[in-house]
Ligand binder design. Sequence first.
Ligand code: AMP
Length: 591
Amino acid sequence: MTFRKFAEFFRKLAETTLRNKITIILADLFKEAKLTEIGKICYLLQGRVAPLYEAVEFGLADKMIIRAIAEGLNVKREEVTTHFKKTGDLGITIEKLKEIINKRKVNKKKLSVVEVYEVLHKIATASGSGSQEVKIKLLSDLIKDLDSLSCRYVVRIPIGKLRLGFSDMTMLDALSWMLDESKRYRPEIEKAYNVRPDLGFIAETVKVKGIAGLTDIKPKVGSPILMARAERMTSGEDIIEKIGKCAVEPKYDGLRLQGHLQTTKISLFSRNLENVTQMYPDIVEGMKQQLKANEAIIEGEAVAYNPNTGEYLPFQETVQRKRKYDIEAYAREIPLKLFAFELLYKDGKNYIGKPYIERRRQLEKTVERGETILVSQEEVVDDVRRLEEIFQDAISRGLEGVMAKKLNGIYRAGSRDFTWIKYKRSYAGSLSDTIDAVVMGYDFGQGKRTGFGIGDFLIGIYDEKDERFLTVAKIGTGLTDSEWKTIKVRSDELKVKVKPKNYEVDKIMDCDIWIEPRIVTEIRADEITRSPVHTAGRIMGPSKSGKAFEVKEAGLALRFPRLERFRDDKKPADATTLTELRKMYGQQGKK
Ligand code: AMP
């Protein structure tokens, strides 16, 4: 496939917001792709040249791209910059400038997708001194060889601004559609993806072997597994009623880590699949010392503790370890312990489909006693009173609450269900749990904070069915000065000129500045209420006269929302979903 042809698919994808239409366009693209192309096409659609969990980044700022464009088109840098200032989009800028030039000159080369992918891969992997120059030269050569539409997309990839507005899930639907013009294979494809979240690999397997190729996907050491998540309940009684006799563990408040041991090599992944090995040398060392296996994949919660007092520290301390600089110094000052609670793979044996009890037993056998990796506490209970006692004990030790785990439950990679149930402390006058929400935009505001240039910000939850962000609140109070500054600075890095196409916002909630959905925040609120101006769960329909569109069922909104903390360990699609919010609203009614 030529890159030009691929660019035409990009254009078609950008022209629609309808998920079904996007799915069909992608399926057509996948059908047309050759075996050797489909994997690479999947990465490029994600704006990448490798799976998401591989730290292969382009490392080219706008300024560098502008240089590459100027060199590629043989025009002055100022000309590119002036045009860019007008459009706010380097993709459009290069396309327009190239169109003018193309009138004079015809492109002869027809580069293939694979050829372009390979150059982009070289750009991303060039390192060391002089690598910036190499990157610019490679990109400007591509620009010379490609037509104007292809150029639009080829520069949007390294700047990370494809903005196609669909997730990996839509790509999984499209793979099913490629096979059968229906979504019937999506559950099987998703199951495999949860264990090997590498779209290139999954797409290639499906293309080569059909759906049968996915039936026995095993974990691969070094490639992260999507983490299981928990449902929530608000009493021990509900938990025992739901899953009966269960294992109860403390709910530690730290950072979830998945550790992979490959003979002597350790890799650590965060819950959004980022490779964070470099950040935690103490955990790496602990795993090397304490894991009795050749190969293993374990999971746990890393918590900071004070080596002088022996106390575990709150999340705010732990999170300081999530840093790119001064790593060693912080590791000495705030050492971490990893409370291991899962074993998913060991020496050729896949434990994902084994019951909790068996995984736990293996975990205990695999982790040797030591300083850094501790197997989490656990007690099997079948009576409500004992469960409540453990819960109270956890609370009195400053923990968040407990996790109850179904004894015969398998590890539900990438899903949230009742095999794991979190039971958290409820605060007086508050919802028992917080909500993870994405910052969608902000207003300049008036009064006291005009100095900061931000008066309030709009937050939303994730509608997993339609892959949209729906609003639940605008927050204008309760932040510290430094939190306001952080929100403003980080938002400004993500500014976009028009409202992203996967945002659904009522006119009343429009923002002065829209931003890309990247910042995840944890929000506490007093309750979930109904509101006609928020779009989470809101149902619209034609008015009686049929002439207008009106609110048929008000949306769900947060009352007295407060920022608890930033959740950089979560991806936007990990925000609280509409289904969860509805459930929380229902539970609140019950109480
Ligand atoms: P949630 O992400 O809201 O579904 O809550 C589950 C989170 O609690 C996990 O992602 C872990 O980071 C954390 N956690 C703390 N202690 C445990 C435990 N004993 N078992 C499982 N998860 C735990």
